[in-house]
Design a protein around this ligand. Structure first.
Ligand code: GAP
Length: 497
């Protein structure tokens, strides 16, 4: 992660927000290359999910909606994470990420240890228990620790569990529900009647506008409504860089199906679609897995939820959630607003509230997944046979910020520079292209490798003196070949879609 974060900062992909003021936890800025990569991810999703399908339409709804939306959706009452406070250090923890274990010696509990969730939580707790026993000179056999998280702590245990901040017991509070929605006020009055929320998900926009889309869009079941936009969650512990932040972007789609449809089949089809799409933008299949939420942990209305998981450097984590939500959301809004949400099914000749499959993903999580999959450091030989390190981002041409770099071999030969400039200008009309004439050609290649540019074209003496062809250098194989301009455009047309 350190190497990836450092590259992202150094080459202008991601910056901490408000850095000159010390930053603000859980917020990030995207730099010149980052904004292009992010836009390409969004555009690929929009093209594949909306424009290239006949059964999905797009919308864009407001970030601040009527507060009743969030009452009906259940977010006001239930969009919470369990919070534990340390009264001494004033630190706050998510109870399900704060682990503890009793220290058991010869069958007796002699104390407690705690640790924050990580890849090594169990080892940390075991080692803390051993240290505790040694320091207190307790004789007997230490049993292996049995970690639990704070949501599972019995009331009488809370007092005895040490705070990770102070190492001492007695300062942690019992877990309480903390609502993650950001509140604001709309209008000049700041009182209870003007309270509104920054949306914690884009999905509700699709449910609330369901009738409008049906009345204007000439849609018939099954059909989807998709949206890309910012969401906000006051995460207790934003962490792992842009993986869990407080302001992020979602790409969500509500796919409405008949009440008689085989929901499991539709659900499976969408899981496969999402996986296929991730492969199409260069996420390797080897890094993906599926997690089915256990039945007993699902909300009462949910038929099933599967997460597509990605192997991040900090562990296997949720990338994309695909939920089968029955007709809960539309029914809730119909009840709360008094506006019917039924759909007349021409084929079945009946009216009902459709069911929904919801694939929901974060753009920033995909951004991080593609950076992690693309990043590589390797030993390569330079022209003189010396081994040197090269850092390369093997980004798919679909999402790479710059598709091709145009490099005149030398900068002091006006005819050559003019040719290179001409090619650069023609390419630029269609693709993001970079022109670079400074430094030795090898250095220029390395600079492009590091930012994930799939191809470099070099305009050299043969270009101006012979057949007009240029040298095409492939980022991944580092192989070079000569091609003409028509072939270059054909290659880009095929790979960038
Ligand atoms: N409408 C359903 C919904 O919002 P979710 O699992 O809470 O479901 C969907 O969020 C996706 O949004 C997640 O799979 C993840 O990719 C992304 N996401 C959620 N919280 C996030 C956060 N704090 N930071 C970045 N991405 C987040």
């Amino acid at each position: 992660m350190e190497a990836i974060v450092s590259l992202a900062k150094r080459r202008g992909f991601v910056f901490p927000s408000s850095e000159i003021y010390g930053g603000i936890n859980g917020f990030f800025d995207y730099g010149p290359l980052g904004v292009e990569l992010k836009k390409n991810i969004r555009d690929c999703w929009w093209n594949d999910m909306v424009r290239r399908r006949d059964d999905v339409v797009g919308i864009e709804t407001s970030i601040i909606m009527h507060p009743k939306v969030w009452e009906a959706s259940g977010h006001v009452a239930g969009f919470t994470d369990p919070l534990v406070d340390c009264k001494v250090s004033k630190q706050r923890y998510r109870a399900d990420q704060l682990f503890f274990a009793p220290i058991v010696v010869d069958g007796n509990v002699v104390g407690y240890v705690s640790a924050l969730e990580s890849e090594k939580t169990a080892e940390e707790l075991q080692s803390a228990a051993e240290t505790f026993k040694r320091k207190k000179a307790i004789q007997g056999k230490l049993e292996p620790v049995q970690p639990r998280d704070m949501t599972e702590a019995k009331p009488e245990e809370i007092e005895l569990i040490p705070s990770p901040a102070t190492g001492e017991p007695g300062s942690l509070t019992p877990p309480r529900a903390f609502n993650m929605m950001f509140e604001t006020n709309v209008g000049a009055m700041r009182d209870a009647s003007s309270v509104a929320y920054l949306r914690p998900e884009t999905a509700q926009g699709m449910f609330v506008d369901f009738k409008n889309v049906v009345d204007t869009g000439r849609v018939k079941l099954p059909f989807g409504i998709a949206q890309i936009g910012k969401s906000f969650r006051n995460e207790i512990t934003p962490r792992n860089y842009i993986f869990r932040s407080r302001e992020f972007e979602q790409m969500e789609m509500e796919y409405f199906i008949s009440e008689d449809a085989d929901w499991a089949k539709e659900h499976r089809a969408w899981i496969d679609w999402c996986k296929g799409w991730l492969l199409s933008i260069g996420v390797p299949e080897t890094h993906l897995s599926e997690y089915n939420h256990p039945k007993e942990k699902l909300a009462f209305y949910s038929k099933g939820t599967t997460d597509i998981m990605f192997k991040y450097p900090f562990g296997v984590q949720e990338l994309w959630g695909i939920a089968a939500r029955g007709n809960y959301d539309l029914t809730q809004h119909a009840t709360a607003s008094g506006k019917p949400m039924e759909f007349f099914d021409e084929a079945a000749k009946k009216k009902y509230v459709p069911h929904v499959i919801e694939p929901a993903v974060g753009v920033d999580r995909i951004f991080l997944a593609v950076l992690c999959s693309a990043y590589a450091e390797e030993d390569v030989k330079d022209d003189k046979g010396n081994v040197e390190k090269r850092t390369v981002l093997r980004l798919s041409p679909r999402i790479a910020p710059i598709k091709v770099a145009v490099l005149p071999l030398v900068k002091n030969k006006p005819e050559l520079v003019q040719r290179a400039q001409g090619l650069y200008q023609r390419l630029k009309r269609k693709y993001p292209v970079f022109y670079d004439e400074s430094a030795a050609i090898g250095r220029r290649y390395r600079r492009q490798d590091e930012i994930g540019t799939p191809w470099c074209v070099t305009v050299d003496f043969d270009t101006i003196e012979k057949d007009g062809t240029v040298t095409l250098r492939d980022r991944d194989t580092m192989q070079q070949k000569r091609i003409n301009e028509a072939e270059l455009f054909a290659l880009l047309d095929e790979k960038v879609f």
